[in-house]
Design a protein around this ligand. Sequence first.
Ligand SMILES: [Zn+2]
Length: 208
Amino acid sequence: MHEFDDHDSIILCHSCDLAVRKRALPSSSRAICPRCHTVLYDSPYCSINGMLALCIAALIIFIPANLLPVLEIHFLGSVRTTTVIQAAVTVWAEGYWVVGLAVMVAAVIAPGLLILSILTQVMIVKLKLHSSFWQRAYSTLLKNHGSISQMTMLEIYVISFLVSAFQLSDFSDVYFGMGTFSFTMLFVIILFLQREYNLEHMWSYVDA
Ligand SMILES: [Zn+2]
């Protein structure tokens, strides 16, 4: 795979149309137009090994985040716990199937797909899988990356656990379980993963 084969190409400045020869940049620096000082491009900053580590951490925490209770409510001697998946199923069973489906997609399915997609991309780059099958799979994953990452909305659920805990705490005892901790950790890991991930840089690994 050609690592930075686009660095000899000519790019045009977005504001003044000056033609600039693209060169490799040291990490965490920017190329600036010599005439009008517009930022032309950032150095590709995603580290493949860093993303691999984050993907593995995310996969490990994904299971307890979805299977352990995120809320535990003690009310008049009874204890009720709920997981994210149970909450989605309950809402669905109450007739609000659109809401239940939205919870399943945004909190469970999309984050899972996002982790698996980035992990597959990282493995294809790392293992230098050149065959046309893997190259096709790689570009398909890159093309779908935007929509999957837009559907991932873990932050909404982290906030809603906190809001419901405050509201319920007036008349019942609310406890956060290991599930809440795992879910919040999953949110943080995915946040870092998306910060590290650079779609443009990932495209540069595609075999010409
Ligand atoms: Zn310029």
